[in-house]
Ligand binder design. Structure first.
Ligand code: HEC
Ligand code: HEC
Ligand code: HEC
Ligand code: HEC
Ligand code: HEC
Ligand code: HEC
Ligand code: HEC
Ligand code: HEC
Length: 423
């Protein structure tokens, strides 16, 4: 081939690619004036060096000030076009259930919508997970077109940085606070304090100091899941008779077993559908063994097993206290001393109504029920989560000690309610 033919081919190729380039130049120049922060973030990203530009993700249908509503909001499938591996891993993990499990809670449908859609409240953290077409339509019908992407929860748009996602602070916004203070527990543990010292250069860069990602996303795997999970329940029931009985009481209060018959309810299917609990011994120990492998990078295997087993046994002891508390409140329902809120399926405590009032009637949920919820969702959670995140203070003062305080309050309240009840 002659040189001139090559020149023609190259020129032709350049011309052919011109329209796309031209279009993005206009996106960028207009948005540089309009929203310079976004453009600066994009310019700092690997994407900007790899020709992944505004239109690669937002399409080319919007081009002027007047048609901004035509810009597409990219969902995870758009990222998957170029990052199939991470997308596939993510799809199999727990994060993919964030939105669905939030919507599976009865509470979600009685609280204000702003707490679900607006990026604060439940929806602020549960905007994790690929939304189904039906879920997207529901959101659209409410006039809301954002929050369509989960990947940007850790790789914040528009930097889409790996380094940012590797920083444990990427998890902090959601894994903190009332019922899952993993950030607080980890950052003030031996593991976290060493990490923070390392970060400011007081320990060498290769110092052993595990952060969230080391234990929960080993080898960069986006499929995340733990053995016990969030609510600390699992099947099959434990062999220990007392523990098994306590678990049955807890499962009734979670509404997955019928409190009258002990039979599974429809809610059990919802729990299964969102992978909320490991349903077999094997599923549980697969996750546990993965974690032991991680710990064993820095500890002896024996040490690691003993440490995690201690977490299991404090869970057992918490369940003992919890079951007694549930039965005290359940007896008040049974004896007609507190009334069943209209939205409850049974005259029995329902922990999945959270702190709420119990539905349309704002005064329906009794205070003692709210204390019971706090005992389960705040104090019990902290007790065992702190064992797994190696935090002395959370394990005792914020965890176990608060469980016993809640328990004391429940006993006292029940006593007063009975004493002052008029038939
Ligand atoms: C002539 C200026 C201009 C050009 C060119 C332009 N935009 Fe915009 N864009 C706007 C304006 C104005 C808005 C609305 C901003 C607002 O609501 O504050 C907007 C909004 C957006 C939004 C958000 C839409 C929403 O609902 O919040 C996206 C995404 C977007 N533009 C992407 C692009 C892409 C991609 C291109 C190139 C294909 C582009 N823009 C070209 C002016 C422009
Ligand atoms: C790698 C994909 C990607 C690229 C490239 C990209 N965006 Fe976005 N952009 C997103 C995602 C994801 C969202 C959030 C969508 C959602 O959650 O609904 C978003 C949201 C937006 C929004 C609306 C939300 C807000 O915070 O205002 C605007 C405006 C926007 N992008 C502008 C741009 C501009 C301008 C460029 C080019 C400089 C660009 N984007 C490049 C993925 C991208
Ligand atoms: C058109 C292809 C394309 C699309 C669409 C795309 N990316 Fe990328 N992305 C790339 C390329 C190319 C790189 C650079 C790869 C490299 O350097 O190894 C990259 C790099 C990344 C990185 C690593 C950045 C770093 O700091 O090392 C992340 C994270 C990322 N993309 C996330 C996303 C997310 C999230 C979306 C969807 C909102 C998305 N990408 C959409 C092509 C794409
Ligand atoms: C935008 C909020 C958000 C961010 C950021 C976030 N998570 Fe999550 N994470 C969630 C939600 C919500 C769930 C529960 C998902 C569900 O409903 O099944 C969850 C679940 C998990 C679980 C599974 C626990 C179980 O049930 O077994 C692990 C592990 C986890 N996240 C680790 C991380 C790590 C590590 C990071 C940071 C790299 C992170 N998360 C960042 C919201 C977030
Ligand atoms: C040294 C390893 C390690 C580090 C670091 C770590 N975790 Fe964990 N995490 C665990 C273990 C072990 C469990 C319990 C696993 C089980 O159920 O067997 C767990 C459980 C969890 C769970 C499920 C609920 C719970 O607390 O039991 C979430 C969510 C979670 N971790 C998030 C995080 C976040 C976010 C960080 C960082 C702020 C973090 N973890 C740091 C080891 C770690
Ligand atoms: C919970 C936080 C979190 C979420 C959500 C998340 N990522 Fe990541 N991602 C990470 C972390 C942490 C790394 C770095 C992993 C490593 O190298 O150890 C990473 C790395 C990446 C990389 C770079 C891989 C490489 O080695 O160059 C890409 C690409 C990526 N993620 C894409 C995505 C896509 C696409 C999604 C959505 C389907 C997504 N991520 C969702 C935390 C997250
Ligand atoms: C601060 C962020 C945040 C808020 C606000 C929040 N959640 Fe969560 N939620 C999480 C995280 C993180 C997890 C996983 C924690 C863990 O495993 O320890 C989780 C777990 C859950 C789970 C268990 C999912 C599973 O399969 O394990 C349900 C259900 C749930 N949340 C519902 C709700 C509802 C309903 C609301 C509002 C009333 C709410 N959450 C508010 C972050 C949040
Ligand atoms: C990246 C290395 C690393 C990993 C992974 C790791 N640890 Fe550690 N851990 C350390 C270091 C370093 C210390 C401080 C020295 C010591 O006590 O051994 C420590 C301390 C501890 C302590 C004692 C805290 C104290 O104050 O005495 C416990 C308990 C512990 N780790 C449990 C675990 C468990 C359980 C796992 C797995 C879930 C794990 N570690 C994973 C490095 C690691």
């Amino acid at each position: 081939m002659k040189l001139s033919t090559w020149v023609l081919i190259v020129l032709g190729a350049m011309l052919f690619s011109q329209p796309a380039w031209g279009a993005d130049d206009t996106c960028i120049s207009c948005h540089k004036k309009l929203s310079p922060g976004q453009v600066a973030d994009w310019e700092s990203s690997k994407h900007s060096k790899e020709d992944v530009s505004c239109s690669s993700c937002h399409g080319t249908t919007h081009t002027t000030e007047k048609d901004a509503n035509l810009a597409q909001m990219p969902d995870e499938a758009v990222c998957a076009e170029c990052h199939e591996e991470q997308f596939k891993q993510f799809s199999k993990g727990k994060h993919n259930f964030g939105w669905t499990s939030m919507n599976a809670m009865p509470i979600t449908h009685v609280e204000p919508d702003e707490l679900m859609e607006g990026g604060r409240g439940c929806g602020g953290c549960h905007n994790m997970g690929i939304k189904s077409e039906a879920q997207k339509k529901e959101q659209h019908d409410k006039g809301y077109r954002y929050q369509t992407n989960s990947c940007d929860e850790c790789h914040t748009r528009h930097s889409f940085s790996k380094k940012e996602a590797l920083n444990p602070r990427a998890c902090q916004q959601c894994h903190m606070g009332y019922d899952h203070p993993q950030w607080e527990m980890w950052s003030s543990s031996k593991h976290g304090s060493r990490y923070l010292s390392k970060e400011v250069g007081d320990l060498p860069p290769n110092a052993a100091a595990p952060k969230c990602q080391d234990c929960h996303m080993p080898d960069g795997n986006h499929e995340n899941r733990t053995a016990w999970g969030f609510l600390g329940v699992r099947l099959p029931l434990p062999e220990d008779k007392q523990w098994a009985a306590d678990r049955v009481v807890i499962l009734k209060a979670l509404g997955v077993l019928n409190p009258e018959t002990g039979e599974p309810t429809a809610r059990l299917d919802a729990v299964k559908a969102v992978d909320l609990a490991r349903l077999t011994e094997e599923a549980w120990s697969t996750e546990r063994e993965k974690m032991i492998t991680v710990c064993s990078k820095c500890h002896s295997e024996k040490y690691a097993r003993e440490q995690l087993a201690m977490g299991d046994s404090i869970m057992q002891k918490s369940d003992r206290l919890m079951a007694d508390a549930i039965e005290i409140v359940a007896a008040l329902y049974k004896d007609g001393i507190i009334k069943k809120p209209a939205d409850y399926s049974f005259a029995y405590p329902d922990l999945l109504f959270f702190m709420r009032t119990g539905g349309s009637d704002i005064n329906a949920m009794s205070h003692i029920d709210q204390v019971l919820f706090r005992m389960y969702m705040k104090s019990r959670m902290r007790t065992y989560q702190a064992f797994f995140h190696v935090n002395p203070d959370y394990a005792y003062w914020y965890g176990w000690a608060m469980m016993t305080k809640d328990f004391g309050e429940i006993k006292e309240l029940a006593h007063t309610l009975r004493a002052t009840h008029h038939k």
